[in-house]
Design a protein around this ligand. Sequence first.
Ligand SMILES: [Zn+2]
Ligand SMILES: [Zn+2]
Length: 455
Amino acid sequence: MRAGSLRRGIVSGAVLIAAVACLAATSPLSIDAVVDREIAALVATYRKLHASPELSHHEEKTSAFLAGELRAAGFTVTEHVGRYEKPGWSGYGVVAVMKNGPGPTVLVRSDMDALPVEEKTGLPYASTVRTKNDAGQDVGVMHACGHDIHMTSLIGTARVLAALKDQWHGTVMLIGQPAEETVDGARAMLADDLYKRFGKPDFAIALHDWSDLPAGKVGVCPGYAMASSTSVDITVRGVGGHGSRPESTKDPVVVASQIVVALQTIVSRENSPLDPAVVTVGSIHGGAKRNIIPDDVTLQLTMRAYKEEVRLRMIASVGRIARGIAEAAGIPADRAPIVTVVESEVTPATFNDPALTERLAGVFERQLGADNVVKKDPVMGSEDFGRFALEDRSIPATIFMLGAVDPEKIKSSAASGTPLPSLHSSLFAPVPEPTLRTGVRATSAAVLELLGGSR
Ligand SMILES: [Zn+2]
Ligand SMILES: [Zn+2]
């Protein structure tokens, strides 16, 4: 090496060192640095939440814990947000706000409730909780839908956003929502004047862990992502009597059976094959003894659709078919079937605002790597997150899927053909660290993007 080039090398080396030192002094803290710092504590939090699940409408301790964590992260927290129609139920909604100058408001929602499932994962932190459900039955309780992953991701996101406060402007509104599994929690929070009290957000985002997506990946689904869910009860009223004398009765068991079969023509014959729809009769009850024709039979239905006009047409069809079959059987008009839509169990379709979803997909690709962002197909399952967008969808909203499963298990399931445990299974067991890491990184990056931050 010649002297001249050596001297140039020394000089440029000095400049480089000075530049690195300068960068270190001013370089902003990154999402990943905060996640690295917090991940062990978040995994511990997850295990704690997993071991102490509470059923829908009973999220008392869970909501208090979440509120405490968000308060500790520097948010202004309001508890007991939510008003149900049913007397005696308390709203355990949590609203945590951090204002940071002028700018948009971003709502981030986690649900909090668990399911009446007895856990069989055998994990060291498995739930052993048992309780009485609202019907008075003794049931096991488990976070079998992963709402504990969602809450822990929310806590992690709160910590990241607090640590990176110099990198965004606006307001963050974190929501701990009760009663997602019964799809009345979001409605209860909105009915308690959520947006009047805390401001109407400009965007709403959420995640849901996914049982067939590897941990480390996220899924996006622009447009309709989940179906609307409508619960309908039918009471078929007949004229009861002795099982040996059908001529003196109007048998509601036969009428109900015909109704169950005829209801299947709603999807197959009345609906466009291009509009997804489901009619399922999940429960049928009537009678007490072989030789008694009962007075009535009750049916419980769930119906799924994306388009509201399809949903409304299906409801009308159920009524028409039930009444028509009863009339054909000679049941008097004053004993016509009673068809009731259970309004407290109705939830609209989840529509992911396409522009927002595509924007966040780009953010996720930059934060997680393009290979870790996949397009997912819509499902006929339901969620009440869509309610936060309001009926007129004036708030762009999107929910993304969070991979939660060991990638090796997905490979071996594909090879063997044995399906993996689904959400709501007593064996569903997300892998905590990579799932939480990805949930916090993706959510934090999304909020920073929407609040004008740089990463
Ligand atoms: Zn669920
Ligand atoms: Zn869920």
